[in-house]
Design a protein around this ligand. Structure first.
Ligand SMILES: *[C@@H]1O[C@H](CO)[C@@H](O)[C@H](O)[C@H]1NC(C)=O
Ligand SMILES: *[C@@H]1O[C@H](CO)[C@@H](O)[C@H](O)[C@H]1NC(C)=O
Ligand SMILES: *[C@@H]1O[C@H](CO)[C@@H](O)[C@H](O)[C@H]1NC(C)=O
Ligand SMILES: *[C@@H]1O[C@H](CO)[C@@H](O)[C@H](O)[C@H]1NC(C)=O
Length: 491
């Protein structure tokens, strides 16, 4: 905490934002996760502008995309870059590969592009039960090799390694935080990692999701997920817990303490609430959760009973990603505090001068206002309806349909139209993408209904350098052909 506050004071001073100094530095900074599994990602420059407009000072990435890091250059924003799980094996077995990665994906950006990289996340929840132990033996050696590479690049003090882990790496034998310890099947692996983090002055990173607890357990007391203090508290010896986050976080603190690392710094790498795709995923709950967490744990600085003080946190997430796997659930594509196109979803005070209003993305360009819908003359009973809808939903995104979602109020026809339109938009309104066995047609009147929004997609490639070059080239062609035409006419 101290570090990030000092860093931000120095930064504000050096770029001359002296008037902002007191505002920014009086509160702990909130970070956000910036994922890019999207069919239509906004250009990195647009997102970085959003981060700055909202005074978000820390960002966590899941890889080390060149364009993304370039866009973060000279902004002062603290960056955690990520190494995907599928690279762990290589780095575990080759120190040279780790060195190459550090040189290309960290050193260059720090030294030449002035990106404020502070952390390298080695793997992403590599010990999740769904991975069947695939990354158990490679995570720790990869962590060591990346750290060695950072030291060799003279970045050992400036850039710290960490491993974002799911909260399922620990559990309590008593159901109370004080019974916390690392899961028995991975206990030794965890101790290797924890000792290494401690020795190298690195933080423990944990992702905590009260929403998932509510989603996977119908008997979970809803109020216990939130921070309003309305839940029946959990009393652990002399300590009372009013929300799941505190209890879960302190279970980790106990686990660390029990194994001799009670002072290891902890970062909350992911925390958040989705807005669609499940009956408990909506903007009201998301706002309540995120704002409650901000107020109590970041701005309020209360921390947890075991660890008072503001918590270093990265919200999950900045922006929706419509091509994320929905294996965990349909909510998976709706974690953003912004929609995929950079529109804010709800009021959220980040503790700076934004006064509760998130600032959306600037200069976003949309395709034409037209939608693909079911033809009025088409029949619901048509045998092609079901396969057409399946096809559309498989390739596009129907996670806003179904019980308790934003489009749950649609009738059968509108349901089908929603699927068709989603496919049409994801296909950039290609003519061929609205030809569902004669069942569909293009319309200019917005079929949106209540909270259910039939989207218009954004231009596919208007931002990145490729997009710009492509557009430039097209314009040049048009210009040239115009000239040729004029010449021909004259001659
Ligand atoms: C740098 O990171 C990118 C994105 O994660 C990855 O594709 C690339 O292989 C990395 N470079 C090296 C030299 O490892
Ligand atoms: C894990 O094991 C299950 C069942 O044995 C299998 O279906 C799944 O594909 C495996 N996952 C991975 C990532 O290996
Ligand atoms: C901040 O928001 C509150 C309530 O939404 C409003 O009353 C107040 O005027 C706003 N202040 C500024 C400076 O915009
Ligand atoms: C709309 O589609 C969803 C998802 O395919 C389904 O769960 C729901 O029952 C459908 N509603 C109607 C009215 O057909």
């Amino acid at each position: 905490m101290l570090n990030s506050k000092m860093g931000c004071c120095l930064l504000s001073g050096s770029v001359g934002l002296v008037s902002l100094l007191s505002v920014i530095c009086s509160v702990a900074a909130i970070g956000v996760n910036w994922g890019t599994q999207s069919t239509h990602p906004l250009p990195p420059e647009t997102i970085v502008r959003m981060l700055r407009d909202n005074q978000i000072q820390k960002v966590k990435l899941f890889d080390a995309d060149y364009g993304t890091l370039r866009a973060l250059g000279k902004t002062g924003i603290e960056v955690m870059v990520g190494i995907p799980n599928d690279m762990l094996y290589t780095f575990a077995n080759s120190e040279k590969a780790a060195e190459k990665w550090v040189s290309k994906n960290v050193s260059v950006h720090i030294n030449e592009h002035h990106v404020n990289i502070r952390y390298v996340a080695v793997g992403n929840e590599p010990f999740l039960a769904t991975y069947n132990g695939s990354f158990l033996s490679t995570t720790y050696p990869a962590l060591r090799h990346v750290q060695n590479a950072l030291i060799r690049a003279n970045l050992g003090n400036q850039v710290k390694v960490t491993v974002p882990l799911n909260a399922d790496v620990y559990a309590s034998s008593t159901d109370y935080p004080s019974g916390g310890d690392f899961r028995t099947d991975i206990h030794d692996y965890m101790l290797d990692i924890v000792k290494f983090l401690s020795d190298s002055g690195s933080p423990f990173t944990v992702n905590i999701y009260p929403f998932i607890s509510l989603y996977s357990n119908p008997n979970f007391p809803v109020e216990y997920a939130f921070f309003d203090g309305n839940a029946t508290p959990l009393v652990d010896g002399g300590t009372t817990y009013f929300n799941m986050f505190d209890a879960n976080y302190d279970t980790l603190v106990w686990a660390l303490q029990k194994n001799g690392y009670g002072n290891l710094p902890i970062i909350v790498g992911e925390i958040g609430w989705p807005t669609d795709g499940d009956r408990n995923a909506n903007p009201i709950y998301a706002q309540r959760f995120n704002q409650g967490y901000m107020m109590s744990h970041i701005l309020g600085g209360k921390g947890t009973p075991m660890r008072p003080g503001p918590i270093d946190t990265y919200l999950f997430s900045l922006i929706d990603e419509d091509s994320k796997s929905i294996d965990p659930g349909n909510f998976e594509r709706h974690w953003g505090i912004f929609y995929y196109d950079g529109r804010p979803k709800y009021q959220l005070s980040l503790g700076n001068s934004n006064n509760g209003s998130l600032v959306g993305a600037k200069n976003v360009r949309y395709l034409e206002r037209k939608w693909c819908v079911m033809k009025p003359s088409a029949h619901l009973e048509d045998s092609q309806v079901a396969p057409s809808v399946s096809y559309a939903c498989y390739h596009a995104d129907c996670t806003s349909l179904g019980y308790g979602t934003s489009c749950s109020g649609l009738d059968a026809r509108s349901n089908i139209s929603y699927a068709f339109n989603s496919y049409y938009q994801i296909s950039n309104q290609a003519e061929d993408a609205c030809k569902f066995s004669g069942l569909s047609t293009v319309t200019n009147s917005d079929p949106s209904f209540g909270n259910c929004r039939f989207g218009i997609t954004i231009e596919p490639d208007y931002g990145g350098s490729e997009g710009r070059t492509g557009r430039c080239f097209r314009r040049l062609l048009v210009l040239l052909s115009g000239l040729v035409l004029i010449l021909l006419t004259i001659l």
